[in-house]
Design a protein around this ligand. Sequence first.
Ligand SMILES: Nc1ncnc2c1ncn2[C@@H]1O[C@H](COP(=O)(O)OP(=O)(O)OP(=O)(O)O)[C@@H](O)[C@H]1O
Ligand SMILES: [Mg+2]
Length: 589
Amino acid sequence: MAQYTPKVKEAHAFLEISQDFTTPAEIFRESIANSLDAYARRLWLRAIVEPVRGRETVFIDLSDDGIGMNADTIKSFLNLSDSVKPKEPPAGKPARQMTGYKGHGTKVYFNSESLEVLSYDGTSAPVVCRLSDPRGELADGKVPTADIEDLTLEDLKSRREAWGIQDLGTGPGTSIRVTGYHQNSKSGLEHDRLRDYILWFTRWGSWEPKLRTVTGTTSRAVEDLRTCELSLRGLGTNDYEKLPYGHVFPLADCTDVRQLRAKDDVDPLKHYVRTWAFTNEPLHKNPEKKIDFLFAIEGEAARREYNNMLRRQGKPRRPGDYLSEERYGLWLGCDFVPVQRFNAWVSERSEYTRMHAFVNSDDLDLTANRGSVENTSQDLLADIEATVRNIFAERIEETPDYVKFQDELLDIERQRHAEKEAQDYRRRLKRLEARDIATINGVEFYSPETETDVIALVSGVQALLPNLLPFVVRDYDSHFGFDGLATRKKQLSVNETKHLFVEFKLDLKKDFNHSFENLEAILCWTARLKDGESVVDLAGRKGTYQITTQKDGRKVRIIVVPGSVHNVEVVAFKELLEQHGYKFRPSGE
Ligand SMILES: Nc1ncnc2c1ncn2[C@@H]1O[C@H](COP(=O)(O)OP(=O)(O)OP(=O)(O)O)[C@@H](O)[C@H]1O
Ligand SMILES: [Mg+2]
C-alpha cells in the first residue's frame, strides 16, 4: 500500500494569503492587532510618499513599543501559519486577550517591493530583518529569503532615528517598514480615511468602551487600552494625530423633544440619540455562549457632529466618504470589531440607516481575510440572530423611549404629509382655474389634464349622452396605464358579447401598453400623431396611423395593423364633442 502525505505549495500559499486582503487599510488592522497582542502601549502608524531614485514611493511604517522580537522569534513573523503569542504579560502589566491566532496577518506585508523589520525584545540582541521584492519573488513561485542581522543598541537607536521613531529610544519594540505596498498605491491611505477605518474596523476602534459606559460595567481591556496611545499620520498630513481609543459615538444621548426642537424645528429627530446596551447575554440555545449588544438610534445631524466622513448631498465627494446607509446599521463581529452587517435582524420595524448598532460574539469563525463571519455554523448564527431579535423586541422596542421615538417619527411624517397636501391643494387649484369648461345638458365639465381626468370626463359625458360613443365601457383598470373593457353591443349582457380593451390617453402617442390584438379603440382627448406615422404596440408590432376626411368633413382615425383582423379605432374626444356642438371655453367666458 502506497502512502502519501499531502504537501503545501509554499510559494503559492504565501502569494494567495498575501493578496487575500482587499483594501490597503487592512494592513493597519493586522498591525494594530499584532502590536496590541505584543503588549504595546504606544503605536505609531504612518503612510508617507518619498522619492526613491526619481520615483514616488509609498512607505508604510508601523511601530510599537511592545515586547519585540529577536533573531529567533522573528521567524514566526516570517512564517506562514506560525502564530506565537506571549503566554504571560510582561511583568507588572495586566493580561490581554489575544486576537491573532492564524499566523496570516503579517503575510499581507509580503505584497510589497520590500519589507524591513527592526525589533528589540529588551534582552537579546536587537535585529534587523529584510526581504527584498517579496511580491516579485512570490510571483516567480519562490518563497522570499530574509536577511536577519544582529545589531548593537547604538545601531538600533540610530536606525530608529533615521526612520523618525526616535521616541522608542533603546527600549523594546518593533518597527515595520513596508515599501510599495499593493502596487505602490496611495488610494486608501489618506489620513481621514485611515482614521475612519481605524476607528471603525480595528481593535483600536473597539466599541467596548461605549458598551461599558452604557451598561455601567468595567473591563480590564478597556482600562488597559485607555491608557495607551496610537498616533497616526496618513497621506496629506505632516504631523501625527493621536487617536483616542474606542469607536466614536455621539457624546451623549438626547431624547428630550423640546431640546431637539430648539435645534431643528422642522425635523427634531435629526438630532435624536438614544443608546441601549446589554452585556453578557446568554444565547437562547447555547446559554454557555454569551453576546454583547449595543443599539443606538441616531439622527443624521447628530452623526455629522462626530463623523466627518459622511457624504453631504450636493457637496463634492471625498475619497472614502460614504452615506449613512452604506456604513451604519447592525454589525456583527468579534473582539468588539465589526465584521459584517445584518441590518435585517432588526430593521423590519426600524429604519436601519438610523441605527448605530453592534453585536459581539467571541464564538464566531471568520473567513481568513476577516471579511465575513460565514465560516460560523449556521445554527450558531441563527441562535445569535434569534437572541438579538428577542432582546430588541422585548427590551428595546417596548421601552417608553422607543415608543415615543416611533410616535414622534410618525408625527413628523404626518406633518410633512399635511404640508405636502396643502402645497398640492394650491397647485391643483391653480390648474383648475386654468381649465376650460363646457356645459352639456346643463352640467359643467372641465377639460382634462391627466389620463384620470379623461376617464372621469368620458364616463360623465357617457351618462348624459349614451349614444355619443360607439361602445360602452364596463370595467376600468389602472394597472398598465388606464384602460377599460368595452363592448360595442351595449344591449347585451357580459356573457353574451365579446369585450375588448379601450385605452385612454390624454394625448395620443406612439407607444401602447396593450397589444393591438385585443385593442378595440383608443380614446384620447387630443391626437397629435400625423397621418402615416408608425405606432408600436406592447409586442413590438407596428401599425400605421391613418386619418381620412369624410364628405361631411368628419375625420376618421384608425391604426392599420398588417395581418390583423380589425383596425384600431382612434376617437379624439375633444373633436367628437365639438362636432356635437359642445365647445370648451376658458372659465371666465
Ligand atoms: N508587532 C509585533 N510585535 C511582536 N511580535 C509580532 C508583531 N507582529 C507580529 N509578531 C509575531 O509574528 C507572528 C505572526 O504574526 P501574524 O499576524 O502573521 O499572525 P498572528 O497574529 O499570530 O495571527 P493572525 O493571522 O490571526 O493575525 C505573531 O504570532 C507574533 O509572534
Ligand atoms: Mg496577527
